[in-house]
Design a protein around this ligand. Structure first.
Ligand code: FE2
Length: 666
């Protein structure tokens, strides 16, 4: 007889303990062990338990293990979460089998040895069989669902509770999320704000919505929200840094002339356009979108054009705003020289349009929904033993559940958007559809995106500075891992699972729209490297950049109104403080909007920062070393960003790697 020393690591998470009987079978190239009971009454969470499995002969090289859990006679069936199993063979070889799964049923679960294997490297028939079985089960567990025409497919599930256990919120996250949402809502109810449909009589009263939830930046925004420089600053470093672009020629539908605008230091608009000092934000994506009806009242959503000028002192300032796309007499162009309330009202309409554009296009579609597509495709097409599964699985954590919750509580029939926000209802899917058809692959890759918007040299653009650094650190890590596994373009082409993965993304995420230029298959190692970098960047950094500041900039409602109740002014000189208060959302809508952005800006108790991998899926030295180097580079960047932020009036913290979560999880 020969002995195998088996060490079982149980996850240190709530409810991971099992009192059921766990059986193991070892499968090697030369045979398999008996199905053997791991003898203990209870396997506790966080425990490391040792067992022996004896066999008549050596099993050769170990290929996989089978785990089964059965209830004992007296104790009820429970769930068990194993992290990994380590096995020392009689030849003194150590094999590691990553598990990281809940075992709740009585089925046989197979786990492969940790060394990554592409499909064309499978030489053992049982390995091949396990691979096929795993993917066939996963295709059933993670099926696509049609959501709306022109919108990416989603995970098929009735509600979050029916998602597979592996992708659900942890107990900690679930409890915290529910508690945070409930306390915010309770506070609003206690203050009588939830049912109060009156308009604000005084802006200062908005302070009473949440007295204890301000952040230093939300306080600052409350003080400074009327300032032109803060209005302009948000296009670079607020929650929607993806709209602004350099403008060398004015769009035909925005007829601003030299004599209309005041440019300091004796220059004029034509000169400044030529010099590259003029920038444009064009909300054409919202043009013609039918605004929602909220509490029986028609709301207003505009598609503005904003012109900004970079002054000699490097400050970016707005110089003209047109609220609708088609120039007309009843669509005046507003300037900072107009009356205080004309100009402020124009800015409020832009900020409200920005809320819709940011939430639906920049945030929901371009991070949440795409991250879901990447996650579902990964789970359907790549087995655990695949090197890219190991690379990307940590970047899918909680994405399916948070999106299901958003589909229910935010954009579903009774969700906040539908009930209270200007772009809810009919406009919502139309905006998503139009946004998806205009996505390009280049726009998802920050170096191309910045180049295409011609923003390489705009001063004080921290989203760009930190984002480009993060992209290059992620790229280096991804390149290292991919080049380790794929020695030639041939190997990429030969990997049928990889090709199915990208094909699934193209079909269900981008609806086979070839103008997006999303790859439909991979031919070279560099192509694969760039795409995987984009997936990691989108699921972590891009989401953090557009998510984390929601309360900072939206916590003071007038800076980011979720809807507007009056039509945009059609002539100048018709606005006042009173019309502004009638334009802004009523009390209950304000309160609901503020509660939502507060909940969605909260960092979770079990937040995992970018580059931290609590699950060890890789066992080979090279990828493990690359992960450590990746983390070191991120730590160095965090240090640099921290130092830079010390001298900034508004520290830009959203892309500090310590604040970036590995995945779209909130
Ligand atoms: Fe988010």
């Amino acid at each position: 007889m020969v002995d195998y020393e088996v060490t079982v690591n149980t996850g240190n998470r709530v409810k991971a303990t099992t009192s059921n009987n766990v059986h193991i079978k070892l499968v090697g190239t030369d045979g398999e062990s008996d199905r053997t009971l791991l003898k203990s009454t209870v396997i506790f969470r966080g425990s490391v338990s040792k067992y022996t499995v004896s066999c008549p002969n050596s099993l050769g090289e170990l290929v996989l293990i089978e785990l089964e859990k059965r209830p004992s006679k007296i104790l009820p069936e429970d769930s068990w979460f194993a992290d990994k199993v380590e096995i020392k063979s009689p030849e003194n070889d150590v094999y590691i089998f990553p598990v990281y799964c809940w075992i709740s049923d009585r089925k046989t679960h197979r786990y492969r040895e940790g060394k990554a294997l592409r499909i064309f490297e499978e030489s053992h028939s049982l390995g091949q069989y396990a691979r096929e079985q795993e993917l066939s089960q996963r295709s059933a567990d993670y099926d696509w669902d049609f959501y709306a025409p022109g919108v990416p497919y989603t995970i098929k599930t009735d509600d979050p509770s029916t998602l597979p256990d592996e992708v659900k919120f942890s107990f900690t996250k679930k409890t915290q999320f529910a508690f945070t949402a409930a306390t915010a809502l309770l506070e609003l109810k206690l203050k009588g704000l939830v049912d109060n449909q009156e308009n604000w009589k005084n802006l200062d009263d908005i302070n009473d919505v949440f007295r204890n939830k301000d952040t230093p930046l939300s306080d600052y925004v409350q003080e400074q929200w009327k300032e032109d420089w803060l209005f302009a600053y948000q296009f670079l470093n607020g929650v929607n840094p993806n709209l602004i672009q350099r403008c060398k020629t004015l769009p035909e539908n925005f007829p601003v002339t030299d004599d209309m605008v005041v440019i300091p230091d004796g220059s004029n608009l034509s000169n400044e356009l030529q010099q590259g000092n003029v920038y444009l934000c064009d909300y054409k994506n919202l043009d013609g979108m039918p605004a929602n009806t909220v509490q029986g009242k028609q709301q207003y959503l505009t598609a503005p054009l904003v012109l900004l000028h970079k002054r000699q002192d490097d400050k970016l300032m707005p110089i003209a705003i047109q609220l609708k796309q088609t120039p007309a007499e009843d669509n005046p162009i507003f300037f900072p020289t107009d009356s205080t309330y004309d100009w402020l009202t124009a800015k409020i309409f832009v900020r409200s349009a920005d809320f819709s554009e940011h939430q639906l296009n920049t945030h929901l579609l371009r991070t949440h929904l795409l991250a879901e597509v990447f996650a579902v495709s990964l789970l359907r097409n790549l087995p655990m033993v695949h090197p890219l599964y190991k690379l990307l699985i940590s970047h899918t954590r909680y994405t399916l559940q948070i999106n299901e919750l958003a589909r229910d509580a935010l954009i579903g029939p009774t969700g906040l958007f539908t009930q209270f926000f200007a772009s809810g209802g009919e406009a919502l899917t139309k905006i998503l559809e139009r946004s998806l058809s205009s996505i390009t692959y280049r726009s998802l890759c920050i170096p191309d995106n910045i180049a295409d918007r011609d923003l390489q040299d705009v001063p004080n653009f921290y989203y760009r500075d930190d984002g480009l650094q993060l992209w290059s650190i992620i790229f280096k890590y991804v390149q290292g891992v991919i080049q380790y596994y794929y020695k030639s373009d041939d190997e990429v082409q030969q990997d049928s699972e990889l090709q199915t993965w990208i094909g699934d993304i193209f079909e269900h995420g981008f609806l086979s729209q070839s103008q997006t230029e999303i790859p439909q298959r991979f031919t070279t190692v560099p192509e694969l490297t760039k795409f995987v970098t984009m997936v990691m960047f989108t699921s972590s950094c891009q989401h953090a950049a557009v998510n984390s500041g929601q309360y900072d900039y939206g916590g003071w409602m007038p800076n980011t109104p979720v809807t507007l109740q009056r039509a945009p002014p059609i002539e100048k000189g018709t606005t006042s403080e009173a019309t502004m208060l009638e334009t802004l959302p009523p009390i209950n809508v304000t309160a609901q909007g503020m509660a939502a952005v507060w909940l969605l800006s909260r960092q979770s108790l079990d937040f995992v920062p970018l580059g931290n991998y609590p699950e060890t899926h890789y066992i080979e030295e090279t990828p493990c070393q690359l992960q450590m180097d990746f983390k070191k580079e991120l730590d160095m960047l965090a240090f640099t960003i921290n130092n830079r932020n010390k001298s900034l009036e508004i520290p830009y913290t959203y892309l500090d790697p310590k604040n970036v979560e590995n995945s779209v999880a909130i």
